[in-house]
Design a protein around this ligand. Sequence first.
Ligand SMILES: [Zn+2]
Length: 198
Amino acid sequence: MTAGRPGETPAPDLVQPVIGYRLWRLGQDDALYSPYVEERWARGVHTATCRAEGAGHDEPAPAHDCSCGLHAWYEPCPTLSWAATRHLVAGAVALWGDIELHPFGMRAERGMVLALALPPWSGTKPRRIAELAAMLDVEAVPARRLEAVALEHGAPIPPGLAPAPRASRAAYAVEQRLADAESAWRPSSLVSRTRSPD
Ligand SMILES: [Zn+2]
């Protein structure tokens, strides 16, 4: 068990990587970036760094009272939220290390891309996504298969661990959540520690 702060529920140690879902931006250099910051996701393990201005904090990302960490949602992003856009790419990640759980998603210390989702049609963007996936050494799979492929590499956050409400699949909520994810996630009520996938 990981000791929580006073008044918090201690979280169980999870035995395998946590599966999460997120969006990225397809850069002009055909690399993968966080949607709103110049943070490139390369092949292999990605470690969170804090980009908070000013004094920041001594503890490594994700800090409890900050918005840093690798952001991901509990459920796949609705296809409508990214497929028809020019630059948004959806995919699944494995997360481990310290993870802060929020109602709609989580902030993790470490993670890696597991698979990228392909829009349900052919064209330039699916081709670029497939090339990008090959470069990252991950699969590019039809969006409807993303969850099944992701779950071969880890497990979702067990029901009841995240503060209510759990993420909604409603498309209208995605923009809001995306904005929240990159700028102003509130401190969560729960901290969890998970093991590395190797
Ligand atoms: Zn921070």
